[in-house]
Design a binder for this molecule. Sequence first.
Ligand code: RB5
Length: 146
Amino acid sequence: MLAIGCDHGGYQLKQYIMKCLGEKGVEYKDFGTYNEDSCDYPAYAEAVSRSVVSGECEKGILICGTGIGISIAANKIHGIRAALCSDCYSAEYTRRHNDANILALGARTVGSGLAMKIVDTFLSASFEGGRHAQRVDMIRELESRG
Ligand code: RB5
């Protein structure tokens, strides 16, 4: 199960991505926002992030205007490695090397076609482990030191 959430700036792109995921048969849970009224991105970052760290959802997608605020907020939650990507190479390697569990997108910086390619790339790539696992462990260690 994939968690997805956004603020008002990401609403239209979230709708498009959910339509594409539905067509591909990818199961997702929509954590809102559910309209284009102005709202606060940290709330949606938290809802999606909690669903990922609890294990309810395996990965998440977060969208705001730039993808910046919502990724900063998500990365405050223990266990979240949210990567803001605007190209497919980054989306692939943040899975392979960083074991990112949330993809953040900027709806005002990336077109919908590219955004969906980035989503597909992120979902199909796998963590390589090995020396990268050691580095991700070091990130966890930094997190635990606060
Ligand atoms: C909302 O206007 C905008 O600030 C938000 O979507 C996001 O870009 C924040 O980083």
